[in-house]
Design a protein around this ligand. Structure first.
Ligand code: FES
Length: 125
């Protein structure tokens, strides 16, 4: 079996929702101290719906594929649903990641949570 699934390769080669959002309602940036990879998520919120989401990932192919898939999974969804997205669900949607690459999908979960939290912080100011 190939190390990476077709879906991982597809999202790595053609990542969805790459970039930044000007005047984003929530921004979350997380990193992994061990590998040094960094992921940044931008959210546009309408009511309690994520109307737009973009990411910038300075990291490995699995981190790029995970961010791409994660943005697809939360776009158009309520905030509460996005908060429930787990790295396992992202990895499953990618038809799996090698065990030593699971931490890359954790970045996606954490970046979304950080961006949502930032949105709530901005809102309460
Ligand atoms: Fe660190 Fe993939 S190797 S995020």
């Amino acid at each position: 079996m190939a190390l990476y699934s077709e879906k991982v390769m597809d999202h790595f080669r053609h990542p969805r929702n790459v970039g930044s959002i000007e005047n984003a309602d929530g921004v979350g940036e997380v990193g992994n101290a061990k590998c040094g990879d960094i992921m940044k998520m931008y959210l546009k919120i309408d009511g309690d719906i994520i109307s737009d989401v973009k990411f910038e990932t300075f990291g490995c192919g699995s981190a790029i594929a995970s961010s791409s898939m994660a943005t697809e999974m939360i776009k158009g969804k309520p905030l509460a649903e996005a908060l429930q997205l787990t790295n396992k669900a992202v990895a499953e949607a990618l038809d799996g990641l090698p065990v030593h690459k699971m931490h890359c999908s954790v970045l996606a979960e954490e970046a979304i949570k950080a961006a949502v939290q930032n949105y709530y912080e901005n809102k309460s100011k």
